[in-house]
Design a protein around this ligand. Sequence first.
Ligand SMILES: [Zn+2]
Ligand SMILES: [Zn+2]
Length: 323
Amino acid sequence: MRALVLDERLQFRPDYPDPRPSPGEALIRVRVAGICRTDLELARGYMGFRGIPGHEFVGEVLRARDASLVGSRVVGEINCPCGACRLCRVGLGRHCPDRTVLGIQARPGAFADLVLLPEANLLVIPEDLPDEEAVFAEPLAAALEILEQVHVGPDARVAVLGDGKLGLLAAQVVARTGARTVLFGRHPEKMAVVRGAGIRTVLAGTDPELGPRPFDVVVEATGSWAGLEDARNLLRPRGVLVLKSTLAASANLNLSWLVVDEITLVGSRCGPFQPAVRLLESGAVRTRELIGGLYPFERWETAFREAAAPGAMKVLLDLRGGC
Ligand SMILES: [Zn+2]
Ligand SMILES: [Zn+2]
């Protein structure tokens, strides 16, 4: 099969060995895969991952024990827990210490014609949901995780910092609760995608005239430490700060304001797939406009270059018609 393999650097291999499913795993032919910031960081060697990256995908099940899955188009929960430990038993499988994670941790990912995932991780997607929208299930699930962790009522004032893919998805998800939602970003053309959906947008650095520290909840999705400083000026005392950026570099952080203002700090990562797929199906979340490009698999280098460009939208790899 064709595969992108990360060794010292990322390389295209036209003849990589096909994977062989273990019991309980399905064999999936990848149709479309999304490049995310994590993939770019993996490619830079930040997380010590070797092998095939890629965790945002839509595919078709070729082989599975559950016959009803075969031939279906699916998306997949990327965390593969042991199922037996204390955390798994209380429903925290996404935090299982022995988990593997698709294309991120000890499990080959989806930048390949074929990929394996436990059948229990798969979610069949509706026929009328195009690949190019379904591939957003994983990042949208991550956005939905915010609402799993923090109660956001219709009276809440919520700021989302960052107009990257995750910020744009998070703002849309939050606004659906009825909360007054303000998206702070640097790219007017990107923020225009969500403006109107009950979301006010503010160009970073301008004064929105909202009064001092007006927000009950701030979602930090800028991918930079500067976002934390901005949050400080926006979040009210006893407010909730949701951190979505996984920042690889360490910084000299003064966190005393969290103590002084009694801020609740919530780290937030992967989320539930089922509601993400339902949301995509309903058309209530805009994803089409978030796509910056769709490239045939062989043009992966161009795709990665575009994905790494400042302000890039979601870049997708098209693996249909290969293999
Ligand atoms: Zn991702
Ligand atoms: Zn476990």
